[in-house]
Design a protein around this ligand. Sequence first.
Ligand code: PLP
Length: 382
Amino acid sequence: MIYMDNAATTRVKAEVLQAMLPFFCEDYGNPSSVHAPGRAARKACEAARRQAASYLGAEAREIYFTSCGSESDTWAVLGSAYAPGNTRRTLVTTQIEHKAVLNAAKNLERNGLCVRYVPVDAQGMVDMSALENAVDKDTFLVSVMAANNETGGIQDIARAAQIAHDAGALFHTDAVQAAHSCRGILSTQSIDMLTLSAHKLHGPKGCGILYIKEGVELGSTVFGGSQERGRRGGTENLPSIVGAGKALELLSTDGKSEYVAALRARLENGILGNIPGTHINGQPDARVPGISNITFDGVDGEALLLNLDLKHICVSAGSACTSGSVDPSHVLIAMGKTREQAQSSVRFSLSDENTAQEVDTVIETLIEITHRLRKMSNSYGR
Ligand code: PLP
């Protein structure tokens, strides 16, 4: 198998799994219990919190463990709307956010709050002057993702945070796809909330992180006991939390970004140089290293994906299949692509586990499949 869908999820690194294993059958205490196994579990949980804090340049008490990136995003959006004392009624976000933010925003709209969705340019960059115009004294939160999950496009979150703060609003960033570039970020940038998800960085599924800056008030979205400083109820998913901490610790020393960027360049040069009618979507110079979104003119993205799957190559289409119909990607549509272009787009997402040989195999396979599919559909080049 050649796995190039690392923006969807990643393989758990062996060291991460090793760190997690004792917490299933040996040190399986509940961190809230006062007995020895409970205390051992608490110690492991707090060690993971320090690992996450150290990676981000935050204080351990500012790190909150959740069940996934989606929960962290939801908490940031709903929690700031319903924060004790908040009287503002407007959320400002962008058209290209992950559905976790967009659907939380829709929930607020259904409850009578106002949401402004800022557009992006043809390369997927958030229009900062539109953001500036959208934010006012009624804005309680500005949420702009650090990197887009479909194109890898990196946003100017320092500027976005400045715009939010100038209006007295909070600033949240979904950094799920930007984890590699978040080392120490909170020691230099003024961000109120930041989302990460362990399974996107060779950690396990079942653990998200929400950084909440000290002093920021948020309503709760998961009620229960006094876990997570009384702000997010629920017994901690200790093995996943330990895995998340370890994955972040490994990330701080991996230094693999250049390697991944070189692999992507090889992939893109190979595709664009050998397959006519192919285009990179997004701003080529402002992307996270591993993500490449490419339109193959006259080729159905789903068909391409399924044919690649038959050859044991895993990628994602730039569209999502919901209730039987293929919806074009909201991100590509926001960038001004037509429905057809969006449906002819595929996302390749690489990690440091991919090799140059795999890249070459993917290129050769794509040359063969696109040629065949275009011949069958008979529409390309007419
Ligand atoms: N935000 C972004 C940018 C993502 O890419 C994803 C996952 O695809 C999420 C949030 C949601 O993370 P999770 O799968 O942990 O819920």
